[in-house]
Unconditional design. Sequence first.
Length: 240
Amino acid sequence: MNHHDDCKTAYRIAAPVAKARFENFKRKGCYLSLGLAFVATIAGCSAPERSRSLGNPSISANTIALQVCSNCHGVTGISVSPNFPNLAAQPPLYLEAQLKSFKSHGRSDPAGFEYMWGISARLTDAQINGLAAYFSSQSPAPGKATDPALHKNGQMIFEQGIAATNTPACAGCHGTKGEGMQLFPRLAGQHADYIVKQLQVFQRTDERPEGSVMKTIAHGLTPEHMESVAAYLEAMPSAQ
């Protein structure tokens, strides 16, 4: 098959997939991500190193990051839609652990099942390590302004915890600046909506079994607590 036929095949595959997923993306407000995903699939045909075959171990992690991951998470790991987390400046060990958890189907929250199982299944360990290195080296997302009352309440929870429910301070594991460490993710600058959704996952399900510590903590949080701490974290200034 020549290069021209290769591209026609890619288009033939990408078009129905894009159409089938349109309603799902529309429901999530991800028009940009849908368009980029379709364009990236076709644009990959003219790239010097093409990533359309994720099962190819010779494809570099940087190419996968730019041609695949960027569709949802942004070229520099800062996503446009809160449905997809910021990956920029996340601890590399955390990123590696999450990709491996997706690959083994250990992490089965809805977003993971829908998007990440298929992608991670075809990544080699070397590519996983390379992707973690790529995104961890990016500059973190800047903080966003938030409601002063939410900010104040969220800061108290983050720094002091909630004594009434024996909920420990978030800073104890995630760093005093929300920068994350080792297997604990960066929370500073993360989308507030995404943080709330993940807290709900920890609270209500076993879809993230590696987060057993967070399951206990999340049970001590009310919806108001979640909203406050998420707003505070989204507003936190960048810190490497």
